[in-house]
Design a protein around this ligand. Structure first.
Ligand code: BEZ
Length: 212
C-alpha cells in the first residue's frame, strides 16, 4: 500500500459492485470522479450519507462528476442495504457501491486506518480530475457523517481554479469574489480580469468570479 497524495495519479482497479464488475477508469470516462468509502453496510450514519449522496446526484451530474461509493461488504449485502436506504431516505441510490470484501481497493487507497479500526474503512473522499490526478483527499471518522454541500462547494472551487488563474477564499461559494493567483502581478491581473481587480494588499487581490 502506497500513500496517495494530491497530484498523484489515482490508481486504477477492477472491482465487484452493486452494478456488477467495474473498471474504475472506464467508469470515470473523461470526466471528474468522487470515490468515497463507508465503514460498513446497515450502519446508521452511512445510511444517511448514501441517501443524501443519491439526492445530490443531479448536482454531481451537472458538474460532470461520476460518483462511486465503497463498503467492505458483499454486493448482495449492498443490494439488500440499498432497499433500506431507498425506503428510509425516500430516494433511489443511483450510483455503484464497490463490494470490497477482500479490501483490495481499501488497501490501495489507504482507507483502513488500523489505529481507528482494524477492519472497517474510515470515511475517505477522493476527488479525481479528468486526467486521473487526485485533487482532494478528505478523511472523516466513522462517527461523523460528511457534508455533501461542502463536497459540491469544493468541486466548484477545483473546477474554477483548474481553468482560471484564481484561488477561492475561506467559506467561498460559487459566484462569490475570488482571489487572484499569487503568481500573477497586479498589472497583468488587471489585463486578465476585465471585471476589475481590488488590491487589498499587494499579495491579496480580489476579483469577481470570472465565470459569472
Ligand atoms: C455508521 O455509519 O453509523 C457507523 C459505522 C461505524 C461506526 C460508527 C457508526
Amino acid at each position: 500500500m502506497a500513500t496517495i497524495r494530491l497530484g498523484d495519479k489515482a490508481p486504477n482497479f477492477t472491482a465487484n459492485s452493486s452494478f456488477g464488475t467495474i473498471d474504475f477508469y472506464e467508469y470515470l470516462e473523461d470526466g471528474w470522479g468522487i470515490l468515497f468509502s463507508h465503514p460498513a453496510d446497515f450502519t446508521p450514519v452511512c445510511t444517511t450519507e448514501l441517501g443524501t449522496a443519491a439526492k445530490f446526484k443531479t448536482e454531481f451530474d451537472k458538474r460532470n462528476v461520476k460518483m462511486i461509493a465503497l463498503s467492505v461488504d458483499s454486493a448482495e449485502s449492498h443490494l439488500e442495504w440499498i432497499k433500506d436506504i431507498n425506503e428510509v431516505q425516500n430516494t433511489e441510490v443511483n450510483f455503484p457501491i464497490i463490494a470490497d470484501e477482500d479490501r483490495q481497493v481499501s488497501d490501495l487507497y489507504d482507507m483502513i486506518h488500523p489505529n481507528a479500526d482494524s477492519t472497517l474503512t474510515v470515511r475517505s473522499v477522493f476527488i479525481i480530475a479528468p486526467d486521473k490526478t487526485v485533487k482532494l483527499i478528505l478523511t472523516y471518522p466513522a462517527s461523523t457523517g460528511r457534508n455533501f454541500y461542502e463536497l459540491i462547494r469544493v468541486i466548484d472551487s477545483l473546477q474554477l481554479t483548474a481553468y482560471h488563474k484564481v484561488a477561492t477564499p475561506a467559506n467561498w461559494n460559487n459566484g462569490e469574489k475570488v482571489v487572484v493567483s499569487p503568481a500573477i502581478p497586479t498589472k497583468e491581473a488587471k489585463e486578465i480580469f476585465t471585471k476589475g481587480v481590488e488590491e487589498i494588499k499587494p499579495y491579496l487581490r480580489m476579483t469577481p468570479d470570472p465565470t459569472v
